[in-house]
Design a protein around this ligand. Structure first.
Ligand code: NAD
Length: 393
């Protein structure tokens, strides 16, 4: 990625708590840049309208001008957007992912000491999930039970597959392609190599769904064998002769239901995870709960040409405009964004300052309630982070 010293970065404030957490996030990101590079690198922030603010100003939730602006920016960052309720409305997030072909949803799950967690050894949790973002059941190809299409499909299934479905059965379709599975696994392996991770696990439900989930697994192994032969080894090969494969990334696969218990019982065995859309959705939220919940979990939607980093939680409307929400999810998405720009020095300054803030038990209301301590406002939490910025050697 070619990054100028003063790139234009788009930001969507978001609805509900969006404006509060965006303001705090931008101020701590700017402070980390100033701290790391003393004015030699900075961000030109460009506000992009979307969601309720866009609707009131332009009559559309996601006007074409906003899409054009995002296209011009090197990368972008966004707060949560309300999904308008009503027939035929696709979520704005899904629209953005599809428009910019942001095929990998990347969700790091890492524990910060001091944060309350429901598990015994949360510090063992340090995984990065790569969830396929553009196909699977989320394409929304569904047929209502009483539609003529559903009826035709039931007839087809009865005569060709000897499957008899009653006429109160709705039908959904799960497309999984070689091209989209391969590029997702490729990105996960590239990440593992670049970040010196130990293993990549393909999570699938191929024992039941052979030609979709099972194919995902097969294609994943093929990508490793054909494109990353020098850097990877299958778990099977590795276990036969571990000494021979030291330093290589071990590629393994797990069936999704088993994986949900493995990540709790054998946490330290898992590192980078590559999976299909639905599995990834469940797994990433379940894992983020282990390390402090959605208020802390960052995410990035990344394709080959574009990237949008985002808070993974929703708009928490009951806290809108009160300056009480936890901005950590969006700030950590900012850390991911800085790493994507290869501005690692600023990313380290910011991440270390967040760790120090949690270590000192400075927290917002969501966690203060559980810890039974006094909460900080969203903006005060940002100030505490800035106070703890230190040079990185
Ligand atoms: P939500 O994430 O907004 O809220 C779930 C719970 O977590 C609530 O109790 C909320 O108060 C709390 N919470 C969430 N983020 C928090 C934060 N940063 N600090 C403190 N507490 C926080 O989910 P929801 O209630 O299901 O959805 C509300 C709206 O957000 C809906 O319109 C939904 O469509 C939208 N949504 C958007 C996104 C997105 O833009 N990526 C994601 C999920 C939901």
């Amino acid at each position: 990625l070619e990054v100028p010293s003063n790139p234009t970065i788009g930001y969507i404030e978001g609805d509900g708590i969006g404006p509060d957490i965006s303001k705090t996030s931008i101020s701590v990101i700017n402070a980390s840049l100033e701290f790391a590079y003393g004015g030699d690198r900075s961000i030109e922030w460009e506000k992009v309208l979307a969601g309720e603010e866009a609707l009131s100003k332009t009559g559309k939730h996601l006007p074409q001008e906003s899409l054009d602006q995002l296209k011009k920016c090197v990368v972008s960052i966004k707060g949560p957007l309300t999904t308008p309720i009503g027939q035929g409305f696709r979520s704005l997030n899904v629209t953005l992912r599809q428009y910019f072909d942001l095929y990998a949803n990347i969700r790091p799950v890492k524990y910060f000491p001091g944060v309350p967690s429901p598990v015994k050894n949360p510090e063992k949790m340090n995984m990065v999930i790569f969830r396929e973002n553009t196909e699977d059941l989320y394409m929304g190809i569904e047929f209502k039970y009483d539609s003529p299409e559903a009826s035709k499909m039931r007839e087809f299934l009865a005569s060709n597959m000897d499957v008899k479905l009653t006429d109160d059965t709705g039908i959904g379709i799960k497309p999984i392609s070689k091209f989209k599975s391969s590029r997702l696994v490729r990105k996960a392996i590239q990440y593992a190599i670049k970040n010196k991770r130990r293993n990549v696990t393909l999570v699938h439900k191929g024992n039941i769904m052979k030609y979709t989930e099972g194919a995902f697994k097969e294609w994943g192994y093929q990508v490793a064998a054909n494109e990353f032969k020098d850097n990877t080894v299958t778990e099977e090969e590795y276990l036969k002769d571990p000494d021979n494969y030291r330093g290589k990334i071990v590629l393994k696969d797990r069936i999704a239901d088993n994986m949900f218990q493995q990540v709790l019982t054998r946490t330290e065995d898992y590192d980078v995870i590559a999976t299909t859309n639905l599995n990834g959705d469940y797994l990433s939220d379940a894992l983020s709960a282990q390390v402090g919940g959605l208020g802390l979990a960052p995410g990035g939607n990344v394709g080959d040409a574009y990237a949008i980093f985002e808070a993974v939680h929703g708009t928490a409307p009951k806290y809108a405009g009160m300056d009480v929400a936890n901005p950590t999810s969006l700030i950590l998405s900012g850390v991911m964004m800085l790493r994507h720009l290869e501005w690692d020095n600023a990313a380290d300054v910011l991440e270390n300052a967040i760790i120090a803030t949690y270590h000192d038990q400075k927290v917002t209301q969501d966690l203060a309630r559980v810890m039974n301590i006094k909460p900080l406002k969203c903006s005060e939490f940002g100030q505490e982070i800035i106070k703890r910025m230190k040079p990185v050697k």
